[in-house]
Design a protein around this ligand. Structure first.
Ligand code: SF4
Ligand code: SF4
Length: 301
């Protein structure tokens, strides 16, 4: 997951106003312990760099890339030009593509390089009360890198938000907490088996991590990505509220569903499949807020 002197990051997004207070730069780390069926960043799940092919950009009849590939991973059958199982993500095809249809998602950033990047917007952080947000994928899987990088970030006075799924031993997260100002902790489903169906793993370790994090007195905002028809029913709301109540959590932020991730699937060698979920009817999120309130939890969107 981590390299000797760097971490694999697949995107650095500047000027975000949605992932924590103020104006923020989001660092997306590659690799995740879960494989949520609705993952908004399917390119985040695998730890290693991978090829991304956008057939809509490809110039018909060009075929320059095919000869560049020594692994026989490229052919002229569109839109399935890439044999993802053969691709080694060597990147040889990328520079020769005149249309930018091929790219490698994820590369190793050194600690110094990533620091320089996030410092670019320091004046905006200062004027807006912003900072940086660690996202992914699962940033905590890069704990070894973060124990070297976050002290440099804090020395520059930046505010740090960590977005996490909690699916790792707490011992991995604990040493990072002294450099993290706020944790966004996602919960998806309270029932262990439902959780496994939706994400690939039960939630035992996740609830344990959350409980220990709260016991440490960390600043935590619990969030629930709402996936219509998968986790927004009365049963899961009641079970989730009960679980949070037991841990002394009185609030949850509901993250509305967004289906745009499905467009990325044919461009990646991912196991994820489209869910075809339609936006819920108007008033659905307000209903969920009321349902959580009925169980003593203050929910908001
Ligand atoms: S080089 Fe780029 S534009 Fe040409 S065939 Fe390959 S993907 Fe398409
Ligand atoms: S990244 Fe390398 S192995 Fe993969 S398709 Fe391109 S040239 Fe072939």
């Amino acid at each position: 997951m981590t390299q000797d002197d760097g971490a694999i990051v697949f995107d650095v997004q500047r000027f975000s106003v949605h992932d924590g207070p103020g104006i923020r730069t989001i660092v997306f780390f590659k690799g995740c312990a879960l494989a949520c069926a609705w993952c908004q960043n399917p390119e985040a799940i695998r730890a290693a760099p991978e090829i991304y092919y956008d057939d809509e950009r490809c110039l018909a009849g060009c075929a320059r890339c095919i000869d560049r590939c020594r692994d026989g991973a490229l052919g002229d059958r569109r839109p399935k030009r890439v044999d993802f199982a053969r691709c080694t993500a060597c990147g040889a095809c990328v520079d020769d593509c005149p249309a930018g249809a091929l790219r490698i998602v994820g590369r190793t950033w050194s600690a110094r390089e990533l620091l320089t990047e996030v410092l670019r917007d320091r004046p905006f952080y200062a004027s807006s009360g912003g900072g940086i947000t660690l996202s992914g994928g699962e940033p905590v899987l890069h704990a070894e890198f973060l124990t070297r990088w976050l002290p440099l970030v804090k020395r520059e006075g930046l505010h740090v938000v960590l977005e996490t799924c909690g699916a790792y031993p707490f011992a991995l997260l604990e040493p990072l907490l002294e450099w993290v100002d706020l944790v966004f902790f996602d919960v998806k489903a309270a029932d262990a088996e439902r959780h496994r169906t939706l994400t690939g793993k039960t939630n035992d370790q996740i609830t344990q991590t959350l409980a220990l994090l709260l016991r440490r007195g960390a600043a935590v905002e619990v969030r629930m990505p709402v996936v219509p028809g998968r986790n927004d029913d009365a049963e899961n709301v009641a079970q989730t509220a009960k679980m949070l109540g037991r841990m002394g959590v009185g609030r949850v932020t509901l993250l509305p569903y967004n289906h745009l991730w499905e467009a990325k699937l044919p461009r990646l060698g991912t196991q994820q499949r489209p869910l075809g979920i339609r936006p819920p009817p108007g008033g659905h999120y307000e209903e969920l807020v009321r349902a959580f309130a009925g169980h003593g939890i203050a929910a908001s969107t």
